[in-house]
Design a protein around this ligand. Sequence first.
Ligand code: PMP
Length: 431
Amino acid sequence: TAWTPAGDGALAKRHRHLPNSHPTYFSRPITMVRARNCRFYDEHGRSYLDALNNVTLVGHSHPRLVEAAARQLGRLNTNTRFVYDVLSEYAERLTATLPDGLDVVYFVNSGSEANDLALRMSRYLTKREDVVIIDDAYHGYTSVVADVSPSRYRHYGKPDTTHPTPNPDRYRGRYGYDDPQAGAHYAAHVTETFDRLAAEGRAPAAFLFEALLAGGGQVVLPPGYLAPIFQTAARHGAMTIADEVQVGFGRLGEAFWGFETQDVVPDFVTMGKAMGNGFPVAAMVTTREISQAFDPAGRFFSTYGGNPVACAVGLELLNVVEEENLQDNALRTGQYLRDVLAALAPRHEIIGDVRGQGFYSGVEFVLDRETKEPASEETLIICERLKDRGALVYPTGPAWNILKLKPPLTFTPAHADEFAAALDAVLEEGW
Ligand code: PMP
């Protein structure tokens, strides 16, 4: 039975008025009061190192973002049919981070809306319904995107138009880290799916993917995976949608956008989360040609999508990422974090794999390194114990046995050492 908190605090009220299915982190959730850079502070004044909150790209309460939001809120905030400088300037700056051609922005309020719109446009333009996805993905909560999110439709049945393809996980999947052709092998399954559907007279409208799998278990795409899939999609006249909601904005270190690490250019790029550092800012970006072809289907308008405050925050975030060299820090310190975590593996049998790109990493826990049986219960306990030691991280993946590490891009090597020491101590204690 669900635990019901007593009293009249934030948690008790939340339990009374939010749906039971609305998750909170930890079995005894923490009531947070404030946060700054890489640390949260709770109602008792305890501090927690944040290795979890990928929304907070440039650190909590970054003074420049706070200032930008407050200034804009005090000057002008309105619905988006008025003309104001900050929207145009932001659209120009945002598209400058993307490959040429991707220069029309649809501002929305969440990752779900961005993916919903990209799917709707793909279906309208191709006059097809079927969508190919990567298994174990999560793409959002609206009806349309829940239907392409295995962790959601698992509870009500896979829609006939959704076609999951194998998770290209080189730790657990059919083709391992030792196979230099793993990318091509996993891609061949996607090509097979496209060919089969086309032969059945139902070629897909789109291929929807993440450039590093989040819900799929912090899985780095194998080299050479996306390029052949893009060729297949082009051959079948299908559109490509890069869901950058988790991994965009420099988090992967080597590139600003995740898809760039695989040398492909999608038809649609969807983004959110980090885009406003916690303030709701999201978008779908596509080409002028695609955008115009969709126009007859109806005008696009979102009351809040691209509102002046959202644009002011999003614009300042781009400035901060650039001026503080945060993408470069993601590359260097992200690798350092994985190095210090991998150094724990020889002493702790439970560590099966340490993987990631930039500041997007996973530590996979197993009961047995040979069978790779997931240590699901243990992973949750480890996260609870880490919390008690003041370090925040949480399980992810299909079996919930992977630590998802997505700290602010301002995380330093000292933070990485602090986190690794806490994990070492928790694993030493046992359970
Ligand atoms: N895509 C991915 C990859 C996500 O992780 C999420 C959110 N977890 C979404 C889409 C949906 O975004 P939102 O919650 O902003 O609607």
